[in-house]
Structures are given as C-alpha cells and as structure tokens.
Design a protein around this ligand. Structure first.
Ligand code: PGA
Length: 251
C-alpha cells in the first residue's frame, strides 16, 4: 500500500434505520485503527443521520450519486452542494450500476464529477470492464478509455480523483478478482494516471472493489498497488465491514 488506506462502504439501495442502529452499536463496541480512513455512502435519504453517527468516530460520509446543477427545478435530484450542506465529503461517480441501469454516459459523468469538485466533495471515480471485455482481451483498453474520457472532459480537477477499479463481473458475485488480476490492472491504472496527470499521478488513491470481504481483504489489501477497498455487500454486515477495516489497519 502506497497511501493511507481508505475503506469505503457503498450501501447501494440497501439499509434502514435498523442498519444505522447496527452501525452505531458496531462502531461503539470497536477500536477502529487510527491509520485507516473510512467513508460511508448510504442512500441519500439516510445521509444526514449517518453523518451524525459517523462524525463521532472520525468517519466521513458521502453520496452514491448527485446531480450536476446546484439547485433549481430538477424534481427528485440532489445537488453536490446539498450533500456538502448535510456534512457529506465524498461523491461516488460512474459506478457500473449507474452506467448500466441509468444510462449514465461519460459526458454526464464528467459533469457530475465537476459538480462534486465545485461543491468541494472528493470524487471517487469507478472504472471496470465487463466479463465479455475481459474474455476478448479488452479489459485494459476499456479501463483506460473510461479514465481518459473523464480526465479529458474535466481537465485539472481530475487531480482530485480517487479511482476505484471494479471489474463488473466481480461485483456482488462472491468472486473477487484474483490477486494477479488486481495487481496487473492496478499497475496499469497507475501508469495511465501518471500519463494523464504527471504531477499528481502518483498521489491518486487507487481502490479495489468487487466482492471484497473480511475473508479475502488481507490478500487483496496486501497488494502493493491497492490503497483500499470499495465495499458493497459486505458493508451491510457490520461484523464483516469492521473485519475489513481491521485488516486494512494491519497493512
Ligand atoms: P460488492 O460491491 O462488494 O457487493 O461486490 C462493490 C461495489 O459495487 O461497489
């Protein structure tokens, strides 16, 4: 690990008041490693409440998706400024589920990225190939294109990005990518970031996401080029999530 470890919980469209109580109990009964940064991304409706709990433990929060405009007649949308207003600090951009189910293209993602930076949120840009891309030997090409499409559109604000490599075929499948696959892709992403952004390339934190669990976290987090994890399913079980944080603390 080259940077301070970062463990991010992506609750997706999961969670409830009960999960927030579990979180409160879990955090209250654990000793969190002081060397690990922790971020929680609950559904937006719970964000303010989760922030109140998380702040007591030095944990930051953020949003899974926010809109490009600051305010106005955009029924149903939430602005990055509103996220900041209730204490959010981070914004997930370009998760494969947003790209696939909500047809978010690079133009929209770049505008969301810029809106997050405008509101002083820290963007986490997700990239990752499909199973078909990998089978056809196009995994790296696809990931590079995803990175460059956003970097070209957002310019210097790209330096604010944390990048999460999430192979789509490993998300929610209990089948994480192998350590070699993760290592190879992270090395390649790091090289690409250094080309895109020569002065900041080495600074970007680079996370792995896709079926990271307490049982495989040590293996994945011990890969030199991995600076942390983006955790979906396992973040909904406090024992699992705290287990991953503990493993990150051992790196
Ligand atoms: P998973 O999800 O941990 O459930 O595979 C990761 C993600 O989609 O961010």
């Amino acid at each position: 690990m080259h940077h301070r470890p970062l463990v991010v919980a992506n609750w997706k469209m999961n969670g409830s008041k009960t999960l927030i109580s579990d979180l409160e109990i879990g955090l209250g009964s654990s000793v969190l490693p002081s060397t690990v940064d922790i971020v929680l991304l609950p559904p937006s409706v719970y964000l303010a409440e989760v922030v109140m709990v998380a702040q007591q433990y030095g944990i930051q929060c953020g949003i899974q998706d926010s809109y490009v405009e600051e305010k106005g007649a955009f029924t149903g949308e939430i602005s990055a400024e509103m996220v900041k207003d209730v204490g959010g600090e981070w914004a997930l951009i370009g998760h494969s589920e947003r790209r696939e189910y909500f047809s978010e293209d690079d133009d929209l993602l770049a505008r969301k990225f810029e809106a997050a930076v405008r509101a002083d949120l820290r963007p986490i840009l997700c990239v990752g190939e499909s199973l078909e891309d990998r089978a056809q030997g196009r995994a790296l090409e696809v990931v590079k294109k995803q990175l460059n499409s956003i970097a070209d559109r957002v310019g210097p604000s790209f330096s604010r990005a944390t990048v999460a490599y999430e192979p789509i075929w490993a998300i929610g499948t209990d089948q994480a990518a192998t350590p070699d696959q993760v290592k190879d892709m992270h090395i390649a992403i790091r090289r690409e970031l250094e080309e895109i952004d020569p002065s900041n390339g080495p600074q970007h934190r680079l996370l792995y996401g896709g079926s990271m669990q307490a049982a495989n976290a040590s293996t994945l987090l011990s890969i030199d080029e991995v600076d942390g994890g983006l955790i979906g399913g396992a973040s909904l079980d406090m024992g699992e999530f705290l287990g991953i944080i503990a493993k990150a603390g051992e790196q």
